[in-house]
Design a protein around this ligand. Structure first.
Ligand code: NAP
Length: 414
């Protein structure tokens, strides 16, 4: 290119090479235009690439821009005592219409947790996953452990938890994995778990609230609350309360709450719009298993949002996720009808590794640093139901959960 040669810079052959008869020039304010002397026309777009360009940066040292009597811009090289109509900065043009980044999102419903973590090293990071002995929780824990994190499988059944630890160690004998007892149906057990964890004096960078029960026949926990509500929501709420100082000390830290799209099919307020405990923890007569599950999953999102509001000033963020539809984990085992439905759906649903992907994405995605109070599906942000976005309900649920715990823990200690 003449301008480059003139400016003392060698060009490399490139797609920017002009066809014969064309020349590039610049306007006073640095826009590049193209002149065709044969056809006596000018245009903004490069005749070959169609790109618009402008020059980047200042003129080289010793150069000055001037305008001739016809209003044409020219350039004076004071050092070499010469003038030219070619802008020496044409060597450093930038596209004015850079290609838009591809609109396709980086990850989708087919992405696996391992793909999200690929190439990342989480050595020194501590992750707790509740309900990690099976299904999505197991794949979440395993994926982190295989990428160097120290992972605690917080499970109610130690035999199953130890078996899960062995399975991870079989894949990588150096994985730092450990099982700890956590029964979310018991506030005492949650308290014990937190005490034992804290006694280890470790950081906590990622807390995944994953454990859940589904389609359970009605039962009350030792704390006199309906089991689905306590396991899926209140137990996790208490766990986070007890570990929040560790989370803050470990900041930046992230909480991921595994919810479900089924949160959309319910409400937790009474007819006057007030949060109603009898809907959250109903009597046997009022109980419908599916509804109890849906309500607990709505609680998960409300809890995550409120948690984010309260802890994000301390560097702890929280997001809620939907892992996928009707994935063949052990979640369906409480009723043979669900087992049949999940079996029929199995060929069309996500694998457990794919089910763990959105959780893992929310736990590690660099673009989510400092961001929370959102809901994700297929590693993509989406809006939960209007009820799940209700800030008043989220605050009321938080206060109610605090009260329920205070009453029960107070009763245990007195
Ligand atoms: N599978 C799906 O299609 C689907 C769809 C939407 C959302 N989800 C959500 O994904 C999450 C994981 O479910 P999953 O499909 O992987 O089911 P899963 O295989 O049944 O895993 C649930 C885990 O929770 C544990 N758990 C149950 N009660 C507990 C308690 N009292 N204390 C501590 N842990 C307890 C279970 O332990 P045990 O083995 O001892 O029972 C199990 O490890 C859940 O939050 C679920 O709501 C799943």
């Amino acid at each position: 290119m003449a301008a480059l040669r003139y400016a003392g810079l060698d060009d490399t052959d490139s797609e920017d090479e002009l066809p014969p008869g064309w020349e590039e020039r610049t306007t006073k304010d640095g826009w590049v235009y193209f002149a065709n002397h044969t056809e006596e026309k000018t245009q903004w777009e490069h005749p070959k690439t169609g790109k618009r360009k402008r020059v980047a940066g200042d003129l080289p040292y010793g150069w000055e821009q001037e305008t001739d009597e016809n209003g044409q811009v020219f350039f004076v090289d004071h050092i070499n005592k010469r003038t030219t109509y070619l802008d020496p900065r044409l060597a450093f043009t930038v596209d004015d219409n850079p290609k838009k980044p591809p609109t396709r999102q980086k990850y989708d419903g087919n992405t696996t947790a391992m793909e999200i973590l690929q190439g990342r090293d989480f050595t020194g990071k501590v992750v707790i996953v509740t309900g990690a002995n099976s299904g999505i929780g197991f794949e979440t824990a395993k994926s982190f452990a295989l990428h160097g994190a120290q992972v605690i499988l917080a499970c109610r059944n130690m035999a199953r938890a130890n078996e899960a630890v062995s399975r991870i160690l079989q894949e990588w004998h150096k994985a730092k994995v450990e099982a700890m007892t956590l029964d979310l149906a018991s506030l005492r057990s949650v308290q014990n778990f937190a005490e034992v964890f804290k006694s280890k004096n470790m950081f906590l960078h990622v807390l995944v609230c994953n454990a859940a029960v589904y389609a359970l026949p009605w039962s009350l926990t030792k704390d006199h609350l309906e089991t689905t509500f306590q396991v899926n929501h209140l137990g996790h709420f208490y766990l986070v309360q007890l570990l929040q100082d560790v989370l803050c000390r470990s900041a930046p830290a992230r909480v991921v709450v595994v919810s479900s799209e089924s949160h959309r099919f319910t409400d937790i307020n009474d007819s006057s719009g007030k949060l109603d405990l009898s809907l959250l923890s109903p009597s046997k007569e009022e109980y419908w298993a599916m509804l109890a599950y849906n309500r607990s999953k709505l609680c998960n999102i409300l809890f995550s949002n409120e948690l984010h509001c309260r802890l994000s000033p301390h560097g702890v963020t929280s997001n809620a996720v939907h892992p996928g539809n009707m994935m063949y984990s052990s979640i369906h085992h409480n009723w043979w009808v669900y087992t049949l439905l999940f079996t029929l759906a199995r060929p069309f649903t996500k694998s457990m590794q794919q089910g763990a992907a959105t959780t893992v994405y929310c736990a590690v995605a660099p673009e989510l640093e400092g961001l929370g109070g959102m809901y994700f599906n297929n590693c993509c942000r989406c809006l939960p139901s209007a009820e799940a976005q209700n800030e008043v309900t989220a605050r009321a649920l938080w206060e109610l959960s605090e009260r329920l715990i205070q009453e029960r823990v107070g009763r245990q200690t007195s």
